[in-house]
Design a protein around this ligand. Structure first.
Ligand code: BGC
Length: 745
């Protein structure tokens, strides 16, 4: 009977169940009643169909699959007529359930925002939320109702190309930014036509791939998983994230797609997740390569048993689940539950009422979207060095040089399917539009270019310019999925070009657009100022102009430590102290005499050639202006119970010559615990915007629950004892502004 109602009028069914008319009745919510009504009347085959996600193929084939009820979701199809035909076939045939249209909308749909790593550098979650909202509005206007974003993988290894797609190395920053992205995509109400479902990926540990090689095995012990890799995913669940994606990696021998501990025990049973989990691309089938499943049927059994609801493109569920159920290897209830999880999200998305793509051209590249992308790019730029060359003061003649100075495709960054380079504003265009006298001599045509034949022209041009702006870094294709590198120096002949430009004797402003921290150690001396813009997106050129001109003061802070060289990796700030912590006064390579006798040298944990610390620390970034911190206070020094709260207040004054923003960062150290704890952990931050001369009182709260950690018996505990808490402008000790001790009783 229910089936007939859906067939005739899905709306009628919604009204019926909403007022208690569904067949389950009782104390169930309208949503539960609806989901039960729909799924309980489906055949096993129809339920399996919902668990199947397909990629675009011939429209006839897709239409057929949808009409057979064998397509729960589709990805990579963007032709609107095709989507309409597919949706029509799905809703007009049993079981009359709309197809969920999905796409990788990672840092913008048409209007491209900085890559997520760049967005993290803004230290401004509101920008991330707003950018994701805009992405949702634009994507939904082409019928997309589900994005595979945000990526919440903690990345401590910049060789891993996918570091570009996440929010860096820190669990707290990633949790805050990830939750903001989820809220942006999903809006206040998932059923709003402009909302799209978010997907927290890749669940879990994918960023810890051995040696930074994509897809590689991870070896994350349970406590580290709990304390570092899982928190952003938990924050996403708390933010109401509709879906999760299982990751490609096998952690300590168990591929995530077949890992019941994470997909069911933790995600559903501990965190109460009610949405659905999709596999990564063919990752059900890849369990065969892992040597974890004998064949596709075995893989299907392992995945569904672990709690994986939807199979992305492997067809394992479609081809084998029915047999597995009839052979008694998989209980039908498992399939029913997975189907309910998927139908629930479709219900929440309002798909049963509005299933056809609603198309609107006006919202794409809307002026306010471009404005937001510009603002985000400005806030994401991190100034790493400035000897006074920035902002440009009396520079009239600019030599613009380097492979990314006019690279409309590459400045957009990785994972851009829909943003068009014709809309990109490059540095060349923007500088000219701003009225600068620009001499453009790229000297290198793309980032890997080794052809130095134009260097002499560039050197000559530099001599007759007031200032040189070099824009280099990485092409977009050098980071992202499967684009890992073992050498993170500037590619091609870029370093040599910087040296040539420096020798010309004019100030060299080095602007880097890249998908990851690059090892620019040897380039620093050739630059008077360094502005790290990551891949800044559509409005990168305008952002650059506003930054170098001084209209906007740089305020980004590094979301990941920058290594001195690739051999120093991993070098992340929140490490443990070790039994032999580095003192900072270690003997380095140059200080070791020839024929030195056997010695343990500094006897601490460091490298002879790079020392201990990174090139630039997590949380670091300069400004054109200066800030004074004063009047520090803490609400008390003894705390008890996880509902207690640490409140730190202080005053910040802009004492320099420019308007600007500083990111006040709160770090905590648990001095003695039942397991060794990191020497510092970010637990709070606030970006404070101050006009020249302005002063503001700031309060940052850290709930005591933030001091909890997973201890010896895999239980989250708040341990009594001493903690240090401090306010800083980066994770480096030199940037500590105030430090105090507290006691948890
Ligand atoms: C990636 C995912 C992505 C999926 C769908 C996979 O290769 O790992 O991040 O969402 O493809 O395109």
């Amino acid at each position: 009977m229910i089936k007939d109602i859906i067939k005739l009028a899905p709306l009628a069914l919604i009204a019926l169940v909403a007022c208690g008319g569904g067949n389950s009745g009782g104390s169930l919510s309208a949503e539960d009643r609806f989901v039960d009504s729909v799924v309980n009347s489906m055949t096993l085959q129809q339920k399996i169909g919902q668990l199947n996600q397909v990629t675009a193929g011939s429209v006839e084939d897709m239409e057929k699959l949808a009409a057979q009820g064998m397509m729960g979701s589709i990805l990579n199809e963007s032709n609107l007529d095709n989507l309409h035909r597919i949706q029509k076939a799905a809703v007009e045939n049993p079981p009359h359930i709309p197809v969920l249209i999905s796409r990788d909308v990672i840092h913008g749909y048409k209007t491209i925002f900085p890559i997520p790593l760049g967005q993290a550098a803004s230290f401004d979650p509101e920008l991330v939320r707003n950018g994701s909202r805009i992405s949702a509005v634009e994507a939904a206007s082409d019928g997309i109702k589900w994005t595979f974003s945000p990526m919440l993988d903690i990345a401590r290894d910049p060789r891993w190309g996918r570091i570009a797609e996440g929010y860096g190395e820190d669990p707290f920053l990633t949790s805050i930014m990830g939750a903001a992205a989820v809220k942006g995509y999903q809006g206040d109400d998932l059923s709003d036509p402009t909302s799209i479902a978010a997907c927290a990926k890749h669940f879990v540990g994918y960023g810890a791939a051995t040696g930074g090689r994509d897809y590689n095995s991870t070896y994350i012990p349970m406590r580290l998983l709990r304390n570092v890799y899982l928190p952003p995913f938990r924050a996403a669940a708390q933010a109401g994230c509709a879906t999760y994606m299982s990751s490609f990696n096998d952690n300590d021998g168990v591929p995530s797609t077949g890992n019941k501990l994470i997909l069911t025990d933790i995600l559903r049973n501990e965190w109460g997740f009610k949405g659905f989990v999709v596999s990564d691309w063919f990752s059900v089938g890849e369990m065969i390569n892992h040597g974890f499943a004998a064949d596709m049927k075995d893989a299907a059994q392992k995945a569904i048993t672990a709690g994986l609801d939807m199979d992305m493109v492997a067809n394992a569920y479609k081809d084998y689940l029915e047999a597995l159920v009839s052979e008694g290897k998989v209980p039908e209830s498992q399939v029913t539950n997975a189907c309910k999880n998927i139908v629930r999200i479709k219900y929440r998305l309002g798909l049963f009422q509005n299933h056809y793509p609603t198309v609107s051209q006006e919202v794409k590249y809307a002026p306010e979207h471009l404005e937001a992308a510009l603002h985000t790019a400005e806030q994401s730029a991190v100034m790493l060095k400035n000897n006074g060359a920035l902002p440009l003061k009396n520079a009239k003649k600019i030599l613009l040089c380097g492979p990314l100075a006019d690279a409309p495709h590459d400045q957009l960054g990785t994972w851009v399917f829909d943003g068009e380079k014709s809309h990109t504003v490059t540095p060349l265009t923007a500088l000219k539009q701003a009225g600068y006298d620009v001499n453009y001599v790229p000297a290198l045509t793309y980032s890997r270019d080794n052809n130095t034949s134009k260097f002499a022209d560039a050197a000559r041009a530099a001599k007759s310019a007031d200032v040189v702006i070099f824009v280099g870094g990485e092409e977009s294709i050098l980071s992202g999925e499967a684009h890992c590198l073992s050498n993170l120096n500037l590619q091609g002949a870029q370093s040599a070009l910087l040296e040539t430009l420096h020798k010309a004797g004019k100030p060299v402003i080095c602007v880097i657009m890249a998908g990851r921290p690059l090892t620019i150690t040897d380039d620093i001396k050739n630059c008077d100022a360094i502005l790290y813009m990551f891949h800044p997106g559509t409005m990168g050129g305008n952002a650059l102009v506003n930054l170098v001109s001084g209209k906007v003061s740089p305020s980004g802070k590094l979301p990941a430590s920058f290594p001195k060289n690739a051999g120093q990796i991993p070098v992340y700030y929140n490490q443990n102290n070790t039994g032999r912590p580095a003192s900072g006064h270690e003997i380095l390579l140059d200080n070791i005499p020839a024929e030195a006798g056997q010695t343990s040298l500094g006897c601490t944990s460091y490298m002879l050639d790079t020392g201990f610390g990174p090139l630039y620390p997590f949380g670091y970034g300069l400004s054109y202006t200066t800030f004074d911190f004063s009047d520090f206070a803490i609400n008390k020094t003894e705390f008890a119970g996880e509902n207690d709260e640490i409140k730190i207040s202080f005053s910040v004054k802009n004492t320099g010559e420019y308007d600007g923003a500083e990111v006040a960062q709160i770090y905590v150290r648990d001095m003695v615990a039942s397991i060794t704890r990191p020497i510092k952990e970010l637990k709070g931050f606030k970006k404070v915007f101050l006009q020249k001369g302005e002063q503001q009182n700031v309060e940052i709260s850290v709930p005591l629950s933030a001091l909890k950690f997973y201890g010896l018996d895999d239980k989250e505990i708040l341990e009594k004892g001493a903690f240090e808490v401090w306010v800083a402008t980066s994770s480096a000790n030199e940037d500590i502004k105030w430090k105090t001790k507290i006691e948890v009783k």
